[in-house]
Design a protein around this ligand. Structure first.
Ligand SMILES: Cc1cc2nc3c(=O)[nH]c(=O)nc-3n(C[C@H](O)[C@H](O)[C@H](O)COP(=O)(O)O)c2cc1C
Length: 372
């Protein structure tokens, strides 16, 4: 147990970001920001995790200034005076408790939310007017829409820095807008934002990263979240080989990303087992090896089953961290993001760092219904 404590409790620093340990709170949409404004309850929720030893908190996805950038009514805005004042309260509370935090900057593209609520249909936008391969939703973005969207991402990046956040994360994963550009199934464009190769389809993301970098200057760390899987198709993959992964990731790092947040459902799954075997590197491991960037791993840390089940009402039992720590020690990745375990138990990091495993609780999906 002492080994576990040592690896996760090491400090980490990159540019202006310095973290007291390797534990990151994964971004989790809570749908608890009425009218898109984070209030006292949201600030308290994040401050509790900062008080209980989380090294870096990533906020729930919070959306840019585009007319249909969110798909649920309780998703917070990251634009407008009232919402930004709410976020200022959040980061001030986290800092007062000794924590570090970045907002996750998001545009859902044309992905439909789980409830009945929808933005006005004519405003929904995506690369090619598709939600999933062969499934129309929203309109194909014009060049002007694209330019305005890139500018809105950059304004959000500048606001994150101005409000005092320590970093920010661009949400480029899970089949939302940026990922809809990456994915050949949803990007059928014939202009410079489309193309047969992942490198061509990365142009939109590269431009977003460059604009964000321009907005925050050279020393402010930028995180980009990516996934092979899409919620529209869990088996989809953008990169089938390490070479394809280099084509995808390296231009993004060269454009200004400092930390790649590599979203997997199960962190222990090797990304290319045909290359380095069953105990091979996971997605974050390969991303670090191929680009030299720092990486965050994520997926069922401390729990026995992946997060998909939680949306179907399934619980998940606590699980030891030996394999995770072994990978951290071999420097496969730099940081570890924890989702559900920290959603249901604000004290998870403190307990884990003290190796007080007996105090850890199983995850119950009931936790998703309240902001504890
Ligand atoms: C309730 C819930 C909301 C989530 N919302 C987001 C989100 O806004 N942005 C994002 O990138 N991932 C989101 N995710 C995925 C998590 O960040 C994380 O990758 C996933 O839960 C796997 O980690 P875990 O197994 O530790 O829970 C969400 C997951 C859950 C359970």
């Amino acid at each position: 147990m002492m080994i576990l404590t040592n690896a996760l409790s090491q400090p980490f620093s990159l540019k202006t970001l310095s973290l007291k340990n390797r534990i990151v709170m994964a971004p989790m949409t809570r749908n608890f920001a009425p009218e898109g404004i984070p209030g006292e309850a949201n600030a308290t929720y994040y401050r509790r995790r900062a008080e209980a030893d989380v090294g870096l908190i990533l906020s729930e996805g919070t959306v840019i200034d585009r007319p249909a950038s969110r798909n649920m009514p309780g998703i917070p805005f990251f634009h407008g005076e009232a919402a930004l004042a709410g976020w200022k309260q959040v980061i001030d509370g986290v800092h007062a408790a000794g924590g570090r935090m970045g907002p996750q900057i998001w545009h859902v593209g044309s992905v439909k939310g789980p409830g009945d609520w929808e933005p006005e249909a004519s405003l929904i936008e995506s690369p090619s007017g598709l939600e999933a391969p062969g499934k129309p939703r929203g309109h194909a973005m014009t060049e002007e829409d694209i330019a305005d969207t890139i500018a809105a991402f950059a304004r959000a990046a500048a606001d994150a820095k101005r409000l005092g956040f320590d970093t920010f994360e661009l949400h480029g994963a899970h089949g939302y807008l940026i990922d809809q550009f990456f994915w050949s199934g949803t990007n059928l464009r014939t202009d410079r934002y489309g193309g047969a190769s992942i490198r061509e389809r990365s142009r939109f993301a590269v431009e977003v990263v460059k604009a964000a970098r321009q907005a925050v200057g050279p020393d402010f760390p930028i995180i980009l979240r990516l996934s092979q899987w899409k919620q529209q198709e869990y088996t989809a993959r953008l990169a089938e080989t390490p070479d394809a992964m280099t084509d995808w990731l390296l231009p993004l790092v060269e454009a200004g990303v400092d930390i790649l947040h590599c979203s997997q459902r199960r962190f222990w799954e090797p990304e290319f087992p045909e290359v380095d075997g069953a105990d091979g590197l996971n997605f974050a491991g390969w991303a670090k090896k191929l680009t030299g960037a720092a990486t965050i791993s994520v997926g069922s840390v401390g729990l026995s089953s992946d997060f998909l089940g939680s949306f179907q009402g399934e619980g998940s039992a606590t699980q030891g961290l030996d394999d995770l720590v072994r990978r951290l020690e071999r420097q496969e990745f730099d940081l570890v993001a924890v989702g559900r375990a920290l959603l249901s138990d604000p004290q998870w990091a403190t307990k884990t760092l003290r190796a007080d495993t007996a105090a850890l609780k199983d995850f119950s999906p009931a936790a998703m219904m309240e902001l504890v």
